[in-house]
Every structure is written in C-alpha cells, then in structure tokens.
Design a protein around this ligand. Structure first.
Ligand SMILES: [Zn+2]
Length: 627
C-alpha cells in the first residue's frame, strides 16, 4: 500500500490523549454523512476505551479549542486543505497527517432524497434501504444508560453505500491504535490500555482489494458462542468494523417475482388473472416449484424488459436481486426443467457433462447459459456498460464449451471452499473455477459455501466436528486475488477465526495467515494463547486431512458432506478428544486476567463442550464402539 514519506522537519508523532486527558478534538461537518457520523463516534469510543479520555466531537462551525484536530469526513476544514470526498474512488480512503492535524476521509454516500430513492436488492433479497441498519449505538457498545444519546437510534451507513471515511477511521484504529475486532461483542474487542496515546505518523491512501465482500451470520452454534451471543445491533455494527459490503453486486435465484406476476393460479377461471403467461413456465409439471421455459423467446424478452427498466431507474419488480450495475439472471433452485421439445433437445446435449455424481456439474450448462446469453446480448445493445450477473451453480457450474459468452455476463462460480478435505470435490471445483477465471474475459465473483460442515448438523440436530481451516482458506484467497476475482458472497460464515481471517484477507491479500493467527491467539488469550492456538491448529489439522476420512472420498467422484458418523468415528476419536481436552484444561489453568478467563470460557463452552456433547450423543445413540 502506498505510504508517503514525511518531510523531516515535521514532528513524527502526534498525541491524542495524555494522562487520560484529551489532547485532540474530532471535527465533522455540520451536515455530516452517515459514514462520517459513525466514524467520529467509533473514533471517540475506542480512544476512550484505550485511554479513558473522551475526545470532544465538534462541527466545523464551532470555534476550535487549542488542541490537535482530527478531521473526520469532508468538512469546511478539509476543503480548505483541498480534500473532498468526491475526489476519491469508490471505497478509497486517506489517512493523512499534517502539522497538528489528522485527516480521515474517503468517498461517502450522502443522505439525499435522490440517493434514498435508488432501487436495489442484494443477494439475500434485502433492499438497499434495509441494508442501512438502524441501531442503538450506545447499547451496542455496552454503554446502556451512560449517555443522553442512549436509546436514540442511529442509521448506520448502508452495507453497499460509499463509506470511505469509516474505512479510514477503522484502518486508523487498527493500524495506529492496535484495536482488533475479533467479534461483535465487547468481550471480543482487543485494544491496549494506556493513559497516553501517541501516534507515529505515516500517510495511507488505499482501498480494499476485493471490491465486494459479503458474509452475514452469527446465529449458528460455535460462532454464536465464540461471539458471546451478540445482539442484532452488535452484529450490524460489526459488519461495518470488518468492512463487509462494498461494491453493489447481487446474484441469486432471480425468478421469485414471476410466480406472482405471471402464473395463472386458478386454471378454472383464468380470467381472474389477466397477467398470466403460462408459456413462460416449464411445461409438463403439475406440482412443485415451477421452472421456466428457458428457450422461449417471449421469456427472454420479458427478462430483458425487466433488466432495462431497472437500469433505466424504473425500479425492481418484486424479489429480483439487482444492485448497482448488476441485474441477476439465475434459474430457480430446482431441477424441474421444462419438458417441451426445444428445452429437452438442448438439455440432451449435456447429458454426460458430469464427473461421476458430483453436485457441481455441467448437465444443464449449454441450456441455461444459452438463455443467460440471449438476455445479456439484448441488454448489452441498450446498456453496454451494465452487467447481467449469474451463478455457475449445481448443474450449470461448468463453463459451457460451445457458446461464446457475452462479455457483459459477470459470473459467480459456487465453490465448496471448506470441502478441501475431499480431494475429488476439491479437484472438480478447482477445474471448473479455472475454466471460468483463466480466459480473463469477464468479471468474476464467487459464491463460497462456508456453511459446511455446520449446516447439515444444524438441520438434522447433531453436533459437527468443527470445520476450522484457516490455512486452506488463506491459500484460496491468495489464489482469488491472483486471478482477479472481484468479490465473494459467503453462504454461511464459518467460525470466529476463519471468518475474521477471511474478511481481513479480502481487504488485504498481503496478510500472512500465520502472522494473523499468531496475533489473534496472543492478543486474545494472553498467557493462555499457546494451548488455545494448539487447540485450534489440532482441530484444523484433523478436519483438513483426507486420510482421516473414509477412503471412498479419495476414490469416488460424488458429493460428500461431513456426517455425524464421520464426525465422531473418524475425526473426533477418543484419543484425539483426550489430547484436545488436555489443551483446553491447560488453557483454563493458565488464564490469569478476567478477560483471559472469560475468553477461554467462550471457547470451552462454545467449541469444546459442543464437541464433547456431539461425541457423547453419537455414541449413546449408536453404541458403536471404542474409536
Ligand atoms: Zn421449454
């Protein structure tokens, strides 16, 4: 990242607080942006946690007391210095030191009627407006009742609204003040305690490397406990601290509105529904969720019209994912394909386009990408700078080999990111991924399944062997960056360490995962760090090694998931559990401070007891022996 030289005549340090007393004033514009408002509050809050000093927040209209200035977001004072938010690229930000002044600035979304009227619906079907979460900031930072402002809701900058000033403030707090957000609750935040806070200065101007970074969760076992049962407000604040969001991209099954708009629901009395277009829907099915007749030119025309209307600012019709320059065209999530002759003829071409019985294949690639291509070609004629976003998923995961794909198709291959223990799945995924990224002929996003191995365990009520896999994830993320991948949607978020590492490495691919892990365990668990780190690494090594699984995963091409039997007969064996238990006890004995003890307890209850219970339950129900 660019770091500019400081002229030698200027002081190399600036003091924000001395002996617990403020030595700097935070300055924002009188009509500040949601991003600068949050940045100022967060700056003030964290400096107070570190030093006990409350830096006053003033507007640029008030007279300045005699102290250093921290200019947060564009204001009259930054304009005097020639710094305007709109001069920055989206997501770009600046930390700049001047004599007696620190500037934290970037491009920020402005709260205007016009900006509020922008339509958009994300991958999870929420709208741009719904992504501007409203929280009680004082409660979310553990200060209920402490301030007059408590109970007054503030609107956070939307996940996909420009918030460069917030990025600058968060980067500053990490880089210069040693704050780390290892989770959404107070207990998860790490910072030094010192009465005097002096900053060694160097300028920073950068933006996150991965443009789109989405992963929201926290309600599943393990991570929920590691995060100390966060409230929704705490979670919403945490997404901002980790800089979740970014570029407006959306891709998910995109025909949910069509059932309401075009399905004739009462065949006895079709006159009740004038908009019915039975020809849009898959022929030959009488029950289940309907697919569509993807070879019907009228369906193509309809989707093209919807996309054009969206790009022309006429809004979205129902549950249609589309944000910014991207309009999603993705089939519904079922295999009830149309039985008309045209559709069946096209599907027949790809019948054997699958390895063994893998989940991700190409048995419908030709069929569905012909449809996506037809939509993209038409939309490209009128809106050449916009994109049709689609997924490479399930039976249309493989890139079609006999179709010249339009350049305005942005595609997101769906990858089993935490299935690297299954060599056949790993290879199938890697091969299909390479076919998409290697031509370098389009924008690539990814849909990564971080939901495994937890999802089947949650659904079927058993406890999984944790899917810790920091090193494999880090290796993948470095590959994504090298291949120019523009963004990732996390389907499930994994656990505390893996999620944190993922979000940090999306932001900055130069991070060394071993350094990050060392820093996490040292700062988070203090004197108990060594056994806690060994505990994590041991679970990671067991989970990641194919040799620990039934041998069929190395010999047969098909979909594998962790099962309860694999978890507690193959992975969490008696001997391994005995070793893990020893490490956990050691950590409990070593922990000294209140914080260390509480954090060890979160892992003991959230990870270790969860595992023990899983093993007990399995062996109680199966009495299957002694492994
Ligand atoms: Zn058809």
């Amino acid at each position: 990242m660019p770091v500019s030289a400081i002229a030698s005549s200027e002081p190399t340090e600036i003091t924000l607080a001395r002996d617990g007393k403020p030595e700097a004033t935070i300055i924002v514009a009188a009509d500040t942006t949601p991003s600068a408002r949050l940045a100022a509050l967060e700056f003030q809050y964290h400096v107070e946690k570190i030093t006990g000093a409350v830096l006053p927040i003033q507007t640029d209209q008030q007279e300045l007391r005699d102290s250093a200035r921290i200019l947060v977001g564009e204001s009259a004072a930054t304009r005097k210095l020639g710094l305007r938010g709109d001069d920055f690229n989206p997501q770009e930000y600046l930390i700049k030191f001047l004599p007696g002044t620190i500037v934290l600035i970037g491009r920020d979304w402005k709260d205007t009627e016009e900006n509020r009227s922008e339509a958009g619906r994300g991958t999870n079907y929420y709208t741009l407006r719904e992504a501007r979460h409203i929280i009680d900031y004082f409660k979310a930072t553990g200060r209920a009742g402490e301030s007059d402002a408590e109970g007054k809701a503030i609107e956070l900058p939307g996940l996909f609204d420009d918030q460069g000033t917030c990025y600058a403030a968060y980067d500053f707090l990490e880089r210069f003040c040693d704050v780390r957000w290892y989770g959404p609750t107070e207990l998860n935040v790490v910072y030094p305690k010192k009465r005097t806070l002096t900053i060694r200065r160097y300028d920073v101007r950068r933006s996150p490397t991965m443009k789109y970074r989405e992963g929201l969760g926290g309600g599943w076992p393990i991570v929920k406990a590691q995060w100390n049962n966060p409230t929704q407000d705490e979670l919403n604040l945490y997404w901002r601290r980790l800089r979740v969001g970014g570029e407006k991209w959306a891709g998910n099954h995109s025909f949910r509105s069509y059932y309401d708009r075009f399905l004739r629901r009462n065949p006895e009395r079709p006159e009740l529904f004038e908009g019915a277009r039975p020809d849009y829907f898959a022929q030959g099915w009488s029950e289940g969720e309907l697919q569509f007749c993807y070879t019907n030119p009228a369906l193509v025309e309809q989707v093209v019209e919807d996309a054009r209307d969206y790009f022309d600012g006429k809004g979205l019709k129902g549950l249609q994912p589309a944000m910014g320059d991207y309009f999603a065209v993705v089939p519904m999530d079922n295999a009830n394909w149309c039985k008309c002759d045209r559709c069946q003829a096209m599907l027949a071409r790809d019948r054997d386009n699958i390895r063994g019985r893998h989940f991700s294949s190409g048995t419908a690639s030709h069929y569905l990408f012909s449809f996506v291509n037809a939509v993209a070609r038409e939309v490209g004629k009128t809106h050449p700078d916009k994109y049709i976003s689609t997924l490479a998923y399930h039976v249309y995961a493989y890139r079609p080999e006999d179709i010249e794909l339009e350049p305005n198709i942005a595609v997101a291959p769906c990858l089993h990111a935490r299935h690297q223990w299954a060599p056949r799945i790993k290879q199938n995924d890697l091969d299909l991924y390479k076919k998409w990224v290697e031509p370098r002929d389009r924008r690539i996003y990814l849909w990564n399944y971080y939901c495994f191995p937890m999802e089947p365990a949650v659904i079927h009520d058993w406890n999984c062997f944790p899917g810790f896999s920091a090193h494999m994830l880090a290796e993948q993320i470095k590959m994504y960056h090298k291949d120019g991948v523009r963004g990732v949607f996390l389907c499930g978020i994994g656990e505390q360490v893996d999620y944190y590492l993922t979000m940090k490495m999306y932001d900055d691919p130069s991070i060394d995962p071993d350094e990050l892990l060392k820093e996490f365990f040292t700062r988070y668990f203090g004197v108990a760090s060594e056994p806690m780190k060994q505990f994590y690494l041991r679970i990671e090594a067991i989970f990641s090694n194919p040799d620990n699984y039934p041998s069929v995963i190395r010999t047969t091409d098909r979909q594998y998931h962790q099962t309860e039997r694999i978890a507690w007969e193959y992975l969490g064996t008696r001997e391994r559990m005995r070793q893990l238990g020893k490490l956990m006890r050691k950590a409990g004995q070593l922990a000294e401070t209140d914080l260390e003890r509480q954090r060890v307890r979160l892992w003991e209850e959230g990870v270790w007891e969860y595992m023990r219970e899983g093993r007990r339950k399995y062996h109680r129900e199966h009495r299957s022996g002694t492994r």
